[in-house]
Design a protein around this ligand. Structure first.
Ligand SMILES: CC(C)(COP(=O)(O)OP(=O)(O)OC[C@H]1O[C@@H](n2cnc3c(N)ncnc32)[C@H](O)[C@@H]1OP(=O)(O)O)[C@@H](O)C(=O)NCCC(=O)NCCS
Length: 204
């Protein structure tokens, strides 16, 4: 978990009018909290561990990600998560949404593989009941603005299985274009699938 002793909070507005609050702390390199209309993206905290573990053990989510559900114990997973959430080469965000009057962690988004002035985005909405409500579309919009405007990147890349039409729709709605495809063997069921590669480039 990022250790924060003091933090400053300031706010800026993205091209699309969404609000990004930036928190600088003396330990964490930089923490961003991004507020959209229905979702907030914030850094993960220790109390998120159990929910993230539950998502990582979910067979359906694992299948969409082409990997097996995790089998390690909660305490081993906790160690892994806390180390990953401190790793400056990966930026993890919890997606929070207002559900039934309360704010709830509904999913997770990751920015990783930073190279060639770009990075990769990964996203999941944990509970099946909470999919299709526009949360991922809004989260991706916030993340792309963050990558271009705060991190100064020129491209955000993503990929998804060819039968994941929902994720393709999210990419396309958010200005990503399909740039290629490939064949992969899923580590979930050892079957061969087509993977589609997407990219969103900054307009200079
Ligand atoms: C893929 C995922 C991240 C999308 O998140 P979401 O919050 O459900 O997505 P949104 O509600 O923002 O948008 C979904 C879009 O797909 C559309 N959609 C929903 N079901 C669909 C289907 N079966 N076929 C085509 N489009 C579909 C929705 O109508 C919506 O488009 P619209 O806004 O034009 O109506 C989420 O469903 C998820 O976590 N799935 C399981 C894990 C996963 O697939 N992760 C991505 C791995 S690459």
């Amino acid at each position: 978990m990022p250790r924060i002793l003091t933090e400053r909070l300031y706010t800026c507005y993205t091209r699309l009018g969404t609000r990004i609050e930036r928190r600088d702390s003396i330990y964490a390199e930089e923490l961003e909290v991004m507020n959209g209309e229905s979702v907030t993206l914030r850094p993960p905290r220790e109390e998120d561990v159990e929910k993230v573990y539950e998502w990582d053990r979910d067979r359906e989510l694992a299948a969409w990600n082409g990997r097996p559900p995790i089998k390690i114990s909660l305490s081993a997973a906790r160690r892994d998560y806390l180390a990953r959430w401190e790793d400056p080469s990966v930026k993890t965000f919890i997606i929070e949404a207002r559900e039934g009057g309360a704010t709830e962690a509904v999913g997770l988004a990751t920015l990783y593989d930073f190279r060639h002035e770009g990075c990769e985005v990964g996203i999941k909405i944990g509970s099946k009941d909470l999919r299709g409500r526009g949360y991922a579309s809004e989260a991706v919009e916030l993340l792309v603005s963050y990558c271009f405007e705060s991190l100064g990147l020129k491209a955000v890349r993503g990929s998804t299985l060819a039968h994941n039409t929902r994720m393709q729709r999210v990419f396309e709605k958010r200005g990503f274009v399909e740039v290629g495809d490939g064949s992969i063997i899923s580590r979930f069921d050892n079957k061969r699938y087509t993977e589609l590669f997407y990219e969103c480039r900054r307009e200079d």
